[in-house]
Write a protein that binds this ligand. Structure first.
Ligand code: NAD
Ligand code: UDP
Ligand code: UDP
Length: 343
């Protein structure tokens, strides 16, 4: 019955021929699942700015209407409250599939739902892409490398992932999403793209999502101690959101399936990050050590040679330049505009 319904609904509006990229730029209809979230909303800004029609599909689990509220009234913008675990019918040319909680606090909150989002949600979006002949881009994650035994991580590395741990709903979920994406590519000839995103920060991040950059920035602004988990010697590489969005769009428009690492190779220990936050916000901010969480990867740093060579992409914003832009946004959201003007 499902299939019948799809075919009937598709009969009127589906554009069967693929729109040559670069031509009829204005005609592109793009779905962004998770478009009310942190990364998604910045992507939506860019797509609308270049003249695309954008449909955001989001269930607002971690996303916020405020992130895209500035597009209300734009005839090229549409927002649908929908859970990607349920099928949906749309007529589009491109699908950026971002819907999935991204911070450990959120994805561990309901792990079974996280798996369903990654597996059933991705399956539905692939089914949709297949029905209308749309190009599909999956936002996967550096977590597919698990606690990596190879450093830095290259796309050919298969990872070191615990299948039964508390992070598995997310990293195994994304690994399955990558598998599904490749199986639709091989089996149904679907045009697909896979991005493996490394830790990204910037304005519109959830303030209390528990991720390290948002925690440290909010803590320093609120004059609370910066909570360093474990000994603080574990490393991450932090990418500013505009660099990521640029990479996602280049990947979608390019000729290569991937997977591609999209991240900033600058590597910081959590103690070094705390220092940058102190320098940026409050040199007197105290540091407090806390027990670390289970299965925390010890180090992570992308090898981005492949994206450089094949997509002509590399990040431009260093941590010390990107952080102040996020601090400005957090300050406004935590204290309101008035306080910001006083400072
Ligand atoms: P986010 O939590 O801000 O955004 C995710 C969005 O998806 C939210 O708007 C949320 O409401 C929506 N969503 C979640 N489950 C849904 C469902 N079942 N149906 C419909 N919508 C749903 O996170 P983000 O940082 O913007 O991440 C976006 C994507 O990028 C995610 O797929 C994430 O796994 C991936 N990613 C992000 C990072 C990062 O550092 N931010 C790193 C690696 C991968
Ligand atoms: N699907 C969807 N929208 C569409 C087409 C498909 O949500 O426009 C869903 C559909 O419910 C199915 C999944 O995508 O669960 C996979 O679809 P596909 O046609 O590939 O597989 P099948 O329906 O044959 O299992
Ligand atoms: N972390 C920390 N203090 C915090 C939050 C996180 O020291 O308040 C550490 C965490 O243990 C991990 C690193 O920062 O080693 C990155 O954590 P995050 O949750 O931001 O991202 P992920 O683990 O998914 O890379």
């Amino acid at each position: 019955a499902g299939r019948m319904a799809f075919e009937e609904a598709g009969a009127g509006g589906v554009r069967h021929g693929r729109v040559p990229l670069g031509l009829k730029r204005k005609g592109l209809r793009v779905v962004v699942t998770g478009g009310a979230g942190f990364v998604g909303s910045h992507l939506v800004d860019r797509l609308l700015a270049r003249g695309d029609s954008v449909i955001v599909v989001d269930n607002f689990f971690t996303g916020r209407k405020e992130n895209v509220a500035h597009h209300a009234g734009n005839p090229n913008f549409e927002m649908i409250r929908h859970d990607v675990v349920e099928p949906i019918l749309l007529e589009v040319d491109q699908i950026y599939h971002l819907a999935c909680p991204a911070s450990p606090v959120h994805y561990k909150f309901n792990p079974v739902k996280t798996i369903k989002t990654n597996v059933v949600g991705t399956l539905n979006m692939l089914g949709l892409a297949k029905r209308v002949g749309a190009r599909f881009l999956l936002t996967s994650t550096s977590e597919v490398y698990g606690d990596p035994l190879q450093h830095p991580q290259v796309e050919t590395y298969w990872g070191n992932v615990n299948p039964i741990g508390v992070r598995s709903c997310y990293d195994e979920g994304k690994r399955t999403a990558e598998t599904l994406t490749m199986d639709y590519h091989r089996g149904a000839n679907l045009e697909v793209r896979i991005a493996r995103i490394f830790n990204t920060y910037g304005p519109r991040m959830c303030i209390d999502d528990g991720r390290v950059v948002s925690n440290f920035v909010a803590q320093a602004l609120r004059k609370e101690p910066l909570t360093v988990y474990g000994d603080g010697k574990q490393t991450r590489s932090f990418q500013y959101v505009s660099d990521l969005v640029e990479g996602l769009m280049k990947l979608m428009e390019g000729d290569h399936v991937g997977p591609f690492n999209l991240g900033n190779p600058g590597e910081f220990t959590m103690l070094e990050l705390a220092k940058v936050v102190q320098d940026t916000i409050d040199p007197n901010a105290r540091i407090e050590f806390r027990a670390n969480t289970a299965d925390d990867p010890h180090k992570r740093k992308p090898d981005i040679t492949k994206a450089k060579e094949l997509l002509g992409w590399e990040p431009k914003v260093a941590l010390r330049n990107g952080l102040p832009l996020m601090v400005q946004d957090f300050r406004t959201r935590i204290f309101g505009d008035q306080k910001q003007q006083q400072q």
